[in-house]
Design a protein around this ligand. Sequence first.
Ligand SMILES: Cc1cc2nc3c(=O)[nH]c(=O)nc-3n(C[C@H](O)[C@H](O)[C@H](O)COP(=O)(O)OP(=O)(O)OC[C@H]3O[C@@H](n4cnc5c(N)ncnc54)[C@H](O)[C@@H]3O)c2cc1C
Ligand SMILES: Cc1cc2nc3c(=O)[nH]c(=O)nc-3n(C[C@H](O)[C@H](O)[C@H](O)COP(=O)(O)O)c2cc1C
Length: 770
Amino acid sequence: MRIVCIGGGPAGLYFALLMKKFHPEHSISVVERNRPYDTFGWGVVFSDATMISMRAWDPESAAEIEEAFNHWDDIELLFKGTRQRTSGHGFVGIGRKKLLNILQRRCEALGVELVFETDSDGDTDYPDVDLIIASDGFNSKIRNRYPEVFEPDLVVRPNRYIWLGTKKLFDAFTFDFRKTDHGWFQAHIYKFDENTSTFIVETTEEAYEKHGLGTLDQQGSIDFCQNLFSEVLEGAELMTNARHLRGSAWLNFNRLICDKWSHFNGNSHVVLMGDAAHTAHFAIGSGTKLAIDDAIELTNQFNKLGHSKDSIPAVLSTYEEIRRVDVARIQNAARNAMEWFEVVGQRYADTLEPPQFMYSMLTRSQRISHENLRLRDPVWLEAYERWFAEKNGIEISGNGRVLPPMFTPYSLRGTDLPNRIVMSPMAMYSAKDGMMDDFHLVHLGSRALGGAGLVFAEMTCVSPDARITPGCLGLWNDEQAAQWKRFVTFVHDNSAAKVGIQLGHAGRKGATKLAWDGIDQPLTEGGWPLISASALPYLKNSQVPKAMDRADMDRVKADHVRAAKYAADAGADWLELHCAHGYLLSSFLSPLTNRRDDDYGGSHENRARYPLEVFSAIREVWPQDKPISVRLSCHDWFEGGNTPDDAAIFARMFKEAGADLIDCSSGQVWKEEKPVYGRLFQTPFSDKIRNEIGIPTIAVGAISEADQANSIIAAGRADLCAVARPHLADPAWVLHEAAKIGLTSIVWPKQYQSGKMQYETGLARAAAAK
Ligand SMILES: Cc1cc2nc3c(=O)[nH]c(=O)nc-3n(C[C@H](O)[C@H](O)[C@H](O)COP(=O)(O)OP(=O)(O)OC[C@H]3O[C@@H](n4cnc5c(N)ncnc54)[C@H](O)[C@@H]3O)c2cc1C
Ligand SMILES: Cc1cc2nc3c(=O)[nH]c(=O)nc-3n(C[C@H](O)[C@H](O)[C@H](O)COP(=O)(O)O)c2cc1C
C-alpha cells in the first residue's frame, strides 16, 4: 500500500512508524509543513496507562521517551495565601519537541519518508495513494474540505488561555489561582525537561476583556502574567514560543468531535486521526494520548483484518467504532474538568475554604473519587476528613478513624440529622383513599432502621384531586394524620432517623393508573378533573387540565397549608415542597407547560409567583425550628424548557422566600424530553446551585455507592445526598455501605447487632480472598 500521513504531529508520526514496523513493504510518507525542530507548545503529559501500551507496541521508541521523561507525583495548589500539596498522582511530562524528534528518528530508522517544510493542500495532492491519514491537527484542511461528510461538531469554549513556558523548575504539577479586580486567573504549571516548565494561564472572557488583554501584543500579555504570578515565579521569566501567532496569542479552546471519521475521495481512502478528529481539553492533558491511541488502534485493525487495499474500508470502520467509545469517555472527563476551570471564579474560588477548594479541584473530572484519593495519598485524605469533620462540629480525639463526610451529622434550623444520606421520596402506589397503612410503616420504617439520616415518604398529596393515582398517599384529614403520627413515632422511638414529608399536587399528571398498570396513562374510570398552569394535556390521550384561576389557586394553597399543619401535628421533622417533575407547581415554573399571559406566566418572576406564594403560606404555619426544602427540576432536557441557569434563578427566589435547601432533581416535565443519564448525572445542578446561589442542596440521581456520596459531600457539591432506587434494593443501604468502606463504628439497631459483626467479617473475608 501507499500511505501518506498529512501532518507530522504525534498521530501521523506514530502511525507511520507502527505501520512501517509491522509491514516494511508499505510505502509510507509523512508530510509536515514545519521544519524538524520547529513546533508549537512546550510540554505534554502522559499517564502511566499510555506508556504501558506504547511499550507494548514499540519498545524502542517507548524506551527513548521514558528516558526523556520527567516523572512527578505531587500536585501543589497555591490559593489565597495557602500552599497545599498531595502526592501519589503519577504523571510524566515530556517536551513536545523531544517527543516529536524521537518519533521522527524512529520513523527514519524504519524507512518512513519524512517530508518537511511542505504545506500540503490536502488529500487531493496525492491522487495515487491508497490511504491518506488526515493527521493535520485541529485546523485540518482535509476535514474542512469535506464538512458534509465528516460533520464536525465544534464548540468554542468561553475561557481564554495562553500557553507559555518558564525556566523555573517546578517539582509538582502546580496550580496557582490569583484574584484580580476583574476576576480570577489560574496557572497550570508543570516541568517537562531538565530546563523548562509549561506555564498555561487561563481566565474568563470577561476578565480577559476588562484587562484589555486582547489589545496587547504577546510581550504585553507575558508582562501581565509575569506580574500576576510573580510570587510563584520568584523572579523567573515567562517565555512564548508562538511568535508565529499574530495578535495576543490568547486562545479559546475548541471542543471537536466528528460524526464520521473516514471518506473515499474517488481515488484514495481518507481517515481522520488525532486532533483532526477530536480534541480533549488540556485540563486533563489527554490530547496526545488520544492521538497515540488512534494510531495504535488503526494499526491494530490492519494487523487483524489484513494489510491489503481491500481491507481498508473494514479497517477504517472498525477503527472508528472502537475509538469513538474511548474518545467519548475522555471527552466527558475532560468536559467536567474544563467546566470546573471555566466556573471556578464565579462558583468556588470566593466560597470554598482552601482545603475544600483543593478537594474540589482534585475531583474536578469526577473520575477521581474519595477512595481513589485515599489510595493515592492516605495521609492527605485523612487530614482532609479530619478537617471536614471538625468543621462540622465533630470533636476529634486520638488517632482513630475519622467519620467520612457522608457520615457526619448535619443540622438545619433545629433539626439534627445523624448523617448526610436521605432516602429520596418514592411513590409506592399502595395507599387507599390516601391512607398510610402497615405497608408504609414497614417500608419506611425499615429504611429508618437501615441507617438513612432522613427518610422521606413519597409525594404526599394535599387533597384527593391532588393525587397522581388512586394509590398515592395523602394528608388532608384527621384519620390520615393519625397514621402519620404512628409512623413518625415509630421512627423516632426506634432509630436516629428524621422523617420528611414531601407535599405535592399532581396537576396535569393526575388521575392516572398505578405505575404497574401503565405509568402516566389516564384512568379509564374513577378519574377526577385536572388543573394545571395551562390547559395542556401531558400525553396525547391525557385529560386536558383546566388552567387554574385565582379561586383554584386559593383553594390549592389552603390545601397545602392544611397538610403542612397536619404534618407539624404528626411531629414530622422536615417538609419538602414538590416543585419538580411536571406536577402542579412545576407546571408553573417551566415555560414548556406554562403558557399563561397573566401575572403567573412569562418572566421567571411571574412563573415563580404562585409556587412562591404556596411556599410562603406553608412556611408560615410550619414550625420555625424545622426546615423546608424545595425540589426543583433543574433541567427540562428539552429545547425551550428550563435549564440549570433558570433553576438557579428559581433557587435564589426560594432562598429569599425562606427555603432552607434545594433538592436538585431534573426532568419529567415534558414527555419528549432527552435526558442525558449517567452516574451522578444531576450532581452538577446541585453543585451549581449550592455554590453560585449560596443555599444548601441535596444531590440526587444515580448515586449508588458510599464512595460517590463521600466525594460529593467532601467536595461541597451538595450538603446531603438522596438515594432512591438503591434503597428499594436494600433497606439497610447506609449500614451496608458503611461496612463496605470498613467503617465499623456506625451503630446498627440493637436488635440487629449480631448480624453486624457477621456481615463485616464476611466482607473482610471476601476482600482478603481477592
Ligand atoms: C495549551 C495546550 C496544552 C496541551 N497540553 C497537552 C498535554 O499536556 N498533554 C497532551 O497529551 N496534550 C496536550 N495538548 C494537546 C496536544 O497538543 C494535541 O492534542 C496533540 O498534539 C494532537 O496530536 P496530532 O498529531 O493529532 O495533532 P498536532 O500535534 O496538532 O499535529 C498536527 C501537525 O500537522 C501539521 N500540519 C497541519 N496542517 C498541515 C498541512 N496542511 N500540511 C503539512 N502539515 C500540516 C502541523 O504543523 C502539526 O505538526 C495541549 C494542547 C494545547 C492547545
Ligand atoms: C418508584 C419511584 C417513585 C418515585 N417517586 C417520587 C416521588 O414521589 N417524589 C419525587 O420527588 N421523586 C420520586 N421519585 C424520584 C426519586 O426520588 C429520585 O429522584 C430518582 O429515582 C433518582 O434517584 P436514584 O437514581 O437514586 O433512584 C421516584 C422514583 C422511583 C424509582
